[in-house]
Design a binder for this molecule. Structure first.
Ligand code: HSE
Length: 336
């Protein structure tokens, strides 16, 4: 079966997670008839390009030792344009101001006839329709399960498993870092700053953690859900956003006294009373949305299947890589 050649653009927590996943799943993938070869990995310092296949173990080791994967000063855009390959894994950090550099990387990949799998929310929250049009015009696949909910399958669930249903509304927890912070503050009585530091160290938080705690990251994910599942045409500016920075330990204790927890909830509802909003809410402790730690959760209201609830780890290197790998496999299957 044909080998699909990949590049990994961006080698932070997510990119390294993808390299680790490919290393550990190599035998399984080969036995499933999926032949993948990473021909380039780039970060902000340069790239490592090996047309016969990058040694992933050595690449991970180099990143750990020297802070960069690069063995040359070839930059990401040149890798995307000039290295012969079929699929770009775009894993650079989210930028909600202009979507760059990820937006340009994705558009260039499409224009060079390469499929894109991404975890980068910024470009999709700002230019969803342009990206989908460009992928379509170049007859390539564009998949982004990892942009919403980390390992929690939601986009593919709505599009594939719930195909035929009308999704009426979705509400849920879409940011692992905020959920981790609120859970640890509630359960362990730890301070906000301490737990935020932990979330950063554990690779849950965005490169700019303000995106997490101000609700920006959850808002981006809602925009992606709204456009992809509800067929809306919205951008980040259409979301009403309140984060968790003003939630005090006292508020969490008061909520607990009446059997409630405070959660950062995202809601999207189509139709006349359309809503697209992120805000902290009181949730009964026994409610399906009251999940803890880095878990994300989504309650989908559908016309045929009724309510469908899905949960899974919303942040983390290997968890996000799980969603990326599922998209890569889907492309391989659809390409044969
Ligand atoms: N920082 C994000 C979160 C990572 O905490 O949910 C996954 O998108």
């Amino acid at each position: 079966m044909k080998t699909i050649r990949l590049s990994i653009i961006g080698f932070g927590a997510v990119g390294q997670g993808v390299a680790n996943a490919l290393l550990h799943k190599q035998d399984y993938l080969e036995s499933s008839g999926i032949n993948l070869k990473v021909v380039a990995i780039s970060d902000s310092h340069g790239a490592c390009i090996e047309l016969d296949g990058v040694d992933l173990e050595a690449a991970l080791e180099r990143k750990k030792e020297s802070g960069s994967v690069a063995t040359s000063d070839v930059m990401s855009l040149k890798v995307i344009r000039d290295v012969d390959h079929e699929l770009v894994v775009e894993a650079t950090p989210t930028n909600i101001d202009d979507g760059e550099p990820g937006l340009t990387y994705m558009l260039e990949a499409f224009r060079h006839g390469r499929h894109v799998v991404t975890s980068n929310k910024g470009p999709l929250a700002l230019k969803y329709n342009q990206l989908c049009d460009e992928a379509k015009n170049n007859a390539v696949h564009f998949r982004y399960e990892a942009t919403v909910g980390g390992a929690m399958p939601i986009l593919n669930l709505a599009h594939d498993a719930l195909a035929g249903n009308r999704i009426i509304g979705i509400e849920g927890i879409l940011n692992g870092t905020c959920n981790y912070i609120l859970s640890r503050m509630t359960e362990e009585g730890l301070s906000y700053q301490h737990v935020l530091g932990e979330a950063q160290e554990l690779g849950y938080a965005e490169t700019n953690p303000v995106y997490d705690v101000e609700g920006i990251d959850a808002a981006c994910k809602l925009v992606i859900l709204a456009n992809s599942i509800f067929g809306m045409d919205v951008t980040y500016d259409d979301v009403e956003v309140t984060g968790i920075t003003r939630i005090t330990p006292e508020a969490l204790t008061l909520a607990g006294d009446v059997g409630m927890v405070i959660k950062l909830i995202g809601e999207v509802k189509d139709g006349e009373n359309g809503v697209i909003k992120v805000s902290p809410k009181l949730v009964p402790e026994q409610h399906p949305l009251a999940v803890g730690g880095t878990l994300n959760v989504a309650l989908l209201k559908t016309d045929m299947a009724g309510p469908v609830c899905v949960t899974g780890k919303g942040a983390g290197s290997m968890e996000t890589a799980s969603a990326i790998l599922s998209d890569i496999i889907a492309i391989c299957r659809n390409s044969h």
